[in-house]
Structure formats: C-alpha cells, structure tokens
Design a protein around this ligand. Structure first.
Ligand SMILES: NC(=O)c1ccc[n+]([C@@H]2O[C@H](COP(=O)([O-])OP(=O)(O)OC[C@H]3O[C@@H](n4cnc5c(N)ncnc54)[C@H](O)[C@@H]3O)[C@@H](O)[C@H]2O)c1
Length: 447
C-alpha cells in the first residue's frame, strides 16, 4: 500500500520505518527540516534499539522517504497516519493543535478518497473534530474516513513492539475504513485484532495508559507501607504479581512513572472524564502519589548526606526509562534541579540522554555531564540512581567504592539487593525496602 504519515517523532518514526519494513511504500512528513534532512541521510533522530538498521535498509530499498512537503504524501497515499504530538496543556488537557493543523493541511489537499488514521494518542471523540474540521474546509461532498489505530509501542523496545504486537486495535465507523486497515494488518500479524468504533479505540488507548499508571502508583503506595512495616516491597510485588489476574509487569516500586505518555494521558483522561461529570478522584490520587515520589527520594538523599551544600553527588540516569534518550516527563527533571538548588555539586551521567537534558539544564560551576558512571562516582559523597539502565546493573561496585569519597548509594529504581550492597561496603538507600544505613539516629518519618 502507499502510506503517508505526519510527524516523525518517537512514535511516527518507528511507525514509518516498520510499515516500510512490512513492504509498504511510506512517505513521512515532518515540518522540522532538520529532522527530515537527517532521516533522509539515514541518521536516526532518536535513540531506539534496532531502528538505524531498518531506517537505512528501507531508504535503500526505496520504500521509505522523508519530506517537509505535505502534498508529497497526501496526494501519493491511500492512507494517511497522524503521528504528531499531543502534549499536555498547562491546564492538563491534551493540546490538539498539531492534530488540528494536520487536519487543515489534509483538507486543503484532498484529491480523492483518503483514509485518515489517528495514531497519536487523543481524547475520545477527537476523530469527530477532525472530521468536522476537514468537512468545513474541504466541503461536505469530499470522500474520506477517519479511523483510530492507537499505538502501544514502548520506547526502548519500540521496533520490537511494533513488529510483534500483543494486539492491534482498529477503530473504524465505515466498512471501507475497516477493510482497508484489516488488509494492512491481517497479512502481517497473527495477534488478536480488535475491531471497534472510532471512539472506543480512542478510549482504549487512554484507559490502557491510565491503568498502567495506576498499577505503578499502587505499588508505590504499598512500598511506603513496606518501609513502615520493615517489609521488602519486591517480595510483596512478586507475591501479588504471580496472580495472573494481576501480572508482574509495572509492579516495580521506585521513582514512579514518567515519559511523554503516561503522565499526559492520565492528566488528559482526568480532564475529559471530569468534564463529562465522572468522578476522577482515583486518577487524581494516582497522579498525586507519583508526584510525591520525588520528595520521597530527596528525603533519602538528605538522610544519607545530612548537609547538602558542596557535597558531590553522582547522578546515574536522566532518561525517563532505559534504552531511550527521551527525557520528557522524566523524574530527573524534578530531582536534578532540586538537588542543584541545595548547593550540592552534581556530576551527571546517562548512556544516551545527556544531549537532551543539557538543553534543559546547561552545565555550570556545580553541574557537569560526565562520560561514564565511574566518572560520576569519582570523589562523590553519594551516587543517586534515577534510571534503570542495564549498564548500571553490571557496574563494578568494588571499583566504584574505591572512587567514592563515602560509599553511599541512593537507588530510586531498586536495582540491587540491599544485603549485597551492604556486603560490598555501601550504605544503601532504596524505596520500599530496608535501608542499609549507618545513620546514628533512629529514622523519624514525617507525618
Ligand atoms: N512516544 C511514544 O512512546 C508513544 C507511544 C504511543 C503513542 N504515542 C503518541 O504518539 C503521538 C506522538 O508522540 P511522539 O512521542 O512521537 O511525539 P514527538 O513530539 O516526538 O513527535 C511529533 C513530531 O510531529 C512533528 N509535527 C508536528 N506538527 C506537524 C505537522 N503539522 N506536520 C508534520 N509534522 C508535524 C514534529 O516536528 C515532531 O517531529 C502522541 O500523541 C503520543 O501520545 C507516543
């Protein structure tokens, strides 16, 4: 099939590369000329395992091209995917201005039947607004359909997730749209395909993300209770998660959820449900618990180091999760400025995301970006772990101990066994498990 796609960010780039890999001819548009130039040269604009190989091979096979000119894609395609951003507005609603802009662009170029497919995560009923926008501008007689085909890929494993989905959701209100999307997917995938209405598909995506966020906040609430009861949250999570009705994924206590999707999608669902008169108290608690994780971690840092000005702190990880350079919604955006404001000296390391973080927080006399975890540990009074990169799991902690001024680790991701860190000679603070601390005072929790 000839496919067009608007927006080559994290979701759109993976989608366009993978659709080309499935044998379709994809023309992807981005309004950012730098992104288009780099992608046309085969240079990935995001860090995503497996992406570069597929990008170059599909460019060489002439199945994939990038352009800033919308007409190149709209006129040449039967189906147009909308993958532009839907970031949060300051009032918590999804900002749909990029989606509206695409609708207006398509309306000005309609030259025959097109299927316009929402892949961006949008509030329920957004398709109605797109339909209305296009009809108003292009005329009621124009032939097109709007469908919803939400994307469930996860950054860090996005290529694998796209090519091996656990389900595909197709929201279509016309037979023509349904059969076009079924043709696209049925020949390539044997996973369950849920065919439903457009509004249902839109809601499935937002509800899925809200549920995942709820699971994370739930285990973090249990984690706080575990600390009071001297119980290890990891064991509790295992005991809960082996129940197949619950499942083990997303039951890792720690710094909470971040990224460009979960926080904004919970927030948008709260606004949509709230304005429909539905009680959204539960989702507000999910948000509140998540935001409080930052205070929880900073409390541990203070307890571990007491006076913070001029203390050297190595920070490991700024991306919101491992295997990505994405820092949107990352806990590091909350933790690092607050540590910096205490007067501490910060040495920050991340395997992929420093370039993005530097734009937000340029280096200064108390904040530097270093080339390895060992450099972050050198002369440090404490190491603070913010992202669960695999690389951190396999660090040589014997070497780290000799590099550090005081062997203190504050682990926001519960990467290590407290007993092993104690045996390795560290004071070790984590979340929801007993702290290994030489602190002279008994712990007094704030009430
Ligand atoms: N990032 C993820 O892991 C993920 C997963 C599933 C769904 N989603 C959803 O996909 C959507 C996109 O997310 P993202 O993370 O890729 O966003 P992003 O901000 O990384 O990318 C958006 C891209 O769209 C481009 N753009 C904006 N307006 C345009 C226009 N009028 N014409 C052409 N290009 C335009 C921007 O230049 C940018 O490159 C969001 O709704 C998000 O919720 C994201």
């Amino acid at each position: 099939m000839r496919l067009g796609l608007f927006g080559t960010g994290y979701a759109g780039l993976v989608t366009s590369v993978c659709l080309a890999q499935l044998g379709h001819t994809v023309t992807a548009i981005d309004k950012n000329p730098d992104i288009v130039a780099r992608l046309s040269d085969g240079v990935p604009t995001i860090h995503e395992p497996g992406l570069e190989e597929l990008l170059t091979s599909n460019l060489e096979a002439d199945r994939l091209s990038f352009t800033t000119k919308a007409e190149d894609a709209v006129c040449a395609s039967d189906m147009i995917f909308v993958c532009v951003g839907t970031p949060p507005r300051s009032d918590g609603h999804a900002d749909l201005s990029q989606v509206e802009e695409v609708a207006r662009t398509i309306a000005s170029m309609l030259d025959g039947y097109k299927l316009i497919v929402e892949k961006s995560t949008v509030p329920a009923r957004t398709a109605h607004w797109i339909d209305w926008t296009i009809r108003r501008l292009a005329g009621r007689e124009r032939e097109f359909d709007i469908a919803s085909n939400p994307e469930f890929l996860r950054e860090g494993s996005a290529v694998r997730d796209f090519l091996h989905p656990d389900r595909i959701v197709i929201g279509a209100d016309s037979e023509r749209a349904r059969s076009l999307l079924l043709d696209l997917y049925q020949s390539s995938f044997d996973c369950p395909i849920i065919v439903t209405s457009v509004t249902t598909a839109e809601l499935i995506k937002q509800a899925a993300n809200a549920f995942l966020a709820t699971k994370i906040s739930f285990i973090n609430l249990v984690s706080d209770l575990c600390e009071k009861l001297d119980v290890d949250v990891t064991t509790v999570a295992k005991g809960i998660g082996l129940d197949p009705r619950i499942g083990r994924d997303f039951l890792n206590a720690g710094l909470g959820f971040g990224g460009s999707c979960l926080p904004k999608d919970v927030s948008a669902l709260i606004r949509v449900a709230g304005s429909s008169g539905v009680d959204v108290g539960m989702l507000k608690e999910v948000e509140r618990i998540n935001v409080a994780r930052i205070d929880r971690l900073l409390g541990k840092v203070e307890r571990a180091l007491w006076v913070l000005p001029q203390k050297v702190i190595g920070v490991l990880g700024v991306s919101f999760k491992p295997d990505t350079d994405d820092i949107r919604g990352a806990p590091s955006l909350g933790v690092i400025p607050r540590l910096h404001s205490t007067g501490a000296i910060l040495r920050v390391y991340d395997p992929a995301a420093v370039r993005n973080f530097e734009r937000f927080h340029p280096p200064d006399d108390r904040l530097s970006y270093v080339a390895s975890a060992y450099d972050a540990a050198r002369d440090a009074h404490a190491l603070v772990i913010l992202t669960d990169w695999n690389e951190f799991r396999s660090l040589d902690f014997g070497r780290i101990r000799t590099l550090m001024r005081t062997p203190v680790v504050v682990d926001g991701r519960n990467l290590f066994e407290p007993s092993q860190m104690q045996a390795a000679g560290f004071e070790y603070y984590s979340l929801g498990r007993g702290d290994v601390s030489l602190h002279p005072e008994p712990r007094r929790e704030r009430t």
